[in-house]
Design a protein around this ligand. Structure first.
Ligand code: SF4
Length: 374
C-alpha cells in the first residue's frame, strides 16, 4: 500500500470569511465599556454582563434580573451572542469525562473535553477548527485547517464546562474548572492572538475574566519557535507543553512536519528559554508509537537532547500512550517498551510521567479529536 501524499503545512487560516459574532469575551474591560458607549448603553451594563458571564456563570437572560426586562434581549445580543451549539456530548468514566461536539456559527465543528479528577477539573479546548500542521498520526491533522477560532469561541468552551459544573451536572457535586489545556483541535500558537486573548480572559480577575491561575493553564505547541519566544514576553506564565514526539530530526521531520522549519535543537532551545524566563517547568509531550519512536535508544537520545540544554530541572517528559489500533502504522507501544522508555529517562534524572488515557473510549484523547458529526 502506498503512503498517502503529505498534506501541505498551513500557517494561516483562509482569509475573507465571515467572522464569528463579537462577544464580550473577545474584549478587554475597557473595550467592553467602549462597546457599551457606541451602542448608546450605560457603561455599567458591560460590567453587569461581564459579572453574569464570568462570575455568576449565567447565560440565560431570564436569570439576569438586574437588567431591565425590556432591554435584556438587546443587551444579551450585543454582549453575549450565541457562539456555538452543542451537537452531541459523549460521556465516559461514569460521566466524569465529557466530550462535546460544537457547531460554530459558520458550521465549523470543534470539540472540547471536560475531565474531572479528585480535586481538579481540566478542560481540554480547541483553538482552531481543524489543524494545518499535518502530523500524520493525528486525526485532526488529516482534515487540514478550516479556520482559526475567535478568543470568545475558545473561552466559551471553558465557560460551558464551568456552567455545567456549577449546576451540578457533572457527577461529584458542584465544582469549578481548575485547569485548562490547549490540547484539543489545532496548533494554539498558529492562532496566537486569539489564544493569548483567551489566556488573558481566563486569568483576568472576575468580572473581567474567569480569575483562574496562570499555573492552571497549559498551552501546547508543536514548536513554532518565534511564537514560543513571543509567549515569554506576554508576562502570563502559563505552562508550555512542547509536542516533541521524536528526539532526532530525521524522524521528527516525518512525525511533526514543522520540524523541517525548526529543528529539534532550535525547538528544545526555545523551550529552555521559556523555562528560564518563567521559571516554569516545560512539559515535553511524547506520543509513544509502537516501533516508530519508542525504542530504548531513542529514550537515551531524548535524555541527551534535553540534558544538552541544562539539568536544573527545567523539564519533565509526559509520555502519551496512543490508542491501540491493531493493523495501523500508528499504534500503541508495547507496555514493556513503554516501561523501559520511562526507566531510561528516569535513570538520567528526567522526571517522566505517563499520561492517563482518560476519554480513550470516546476518542477524546489527544490526536483523536476529528470532530465528525457521524
Ligand atoms: S498533533 Fe496537534 S499540531 Fe499535529 S496535526 Fe494534530 S492537532 Fe495539529
Amino acid at each position: 500500500m502506498s503512503e498517502p501524499t503529505p498534506l501541505p503545512l498551513v500557517f494561516d487560516a483562509p482569509k475573507g470569511r465571515a467572522k464569528p459574532p463579537r462577544h464580550l469575551a473577545d474584549l478587554t474591560m475597557p473595550e467592553r465599556l467602549e462597546l457599551a458607549n457606541e451602542a448608546g448603553l450605560p457603561a455599567f451594563r458591560a460590567r453587569q454582563l461581564s459579572a453574569h458571564y464570568f462570575q455568576r456563570l449565567v447565560d440565560d437572560p431570564e436569570q439576569m434580573t438586574d437588567l431591565p426586562a425590556g432591554q435584556r434581549d438587546e443587551l444579551v445580543s450585543t454582549f453575549l451572542p450565541q457562539l456555538m451549539t452543542p451537537l452531541r456530548t459523549l460521556e465516559a468514566d461514569r460521566g466524569t469525562t465529557r466530550k462535546t461536539l460544537w457547531k460554530l456559527f459558520d458550521g465549523a465543528l470543534v470539540e472540547s473535553v471536560l475531565m474531572r479528577y479528585p480535586g481538579r477539573v481540566t478542560m481540554c479546548v480547541s483553538s482552531q477548527a481543524g489543524c494545518g500542521m499535518a502530523c500524520p498520526f493525528c486525526a485532526t491533522g488529516q482534515g487540514g485547517l478550516q479556520r482559526n477560532m475567535s478568543t470568545a469561541e475558545i473561552v466559551e468552551q471553558v465557560l460551558a464546562g464551568a456552567r455545567a459544573l456549577d449546576r451540578g451536572e457533572v457527577p461529584g457535586g458542584p465544582g469549578r474548572v481548575s485547569n485548562v489545556v490547549f490540547m484539543g483541535m489545532g496548533e494554539p500558537l498558529a492562532n496566537y492572538k486569539a489564544v493569548i486573548g483567551a489566556v488573558r480572559r481566563l486569568t483576568d480577575p472576575a468580572p473581567d475574566g474567569l480569575g483562574m491561575s496562570a499555573r492552571g493553564v497549559t498551552v501546547s505547541t508543536v514548536g513554532l519557535v518565534p511564537r514560543m519566544r513571543q509567549l515569554v514576553d506576554e508576562g502570563v506564565p502559563v505552562t508550555l507543553a512542547l509536542s516533541l514526539h521524536a528526539p532526532d530530526d530525521e524522524l521528527r521531520n516525518e512525525l511533526v512536519p514543522i520540524n523541517t522549519r525548526f529543528s529539534v535543537a532550535e525547538t528544545v532551545a526555545a523551550a529552555r528559554e521559556y523555562a528560564d524566563a518563567t521559571r516554569r517547568r516545560v512539559s515535553i509531550e511524547y506520543a509513544m508509537m509502537r516501533g516508530i519512536n519508542d525504542q530504548a535508544w531513542r529514550a537515551d537520545l531524548l535524555a541527551d537532547v534535553l540534558h544538552e540544554h541544562g539539568t536544573w530541572g527545567w523539564v519533565h517528559v509526559n509520555l502519551i500512550p496512543l490508542n491501540p489500533t491493531p493493523g495501523s502504522k500508528w499504534t500503541a507501544s508495547d507496555p514493556a517498551d513503554e516501561r523501559e522508555f520511562v526507566r531510561r529517562l528516569e535513570a538520567r534524572g528526567i522526571p517522566t510521567t505517563v499520561r492517563d488515557t482518560r476519554g480513550r473510549e470516546i476518542d477524546g484523547a489527544c490526536g483523536q479529536l476529528a470532530a465528525t458529526e457521524g
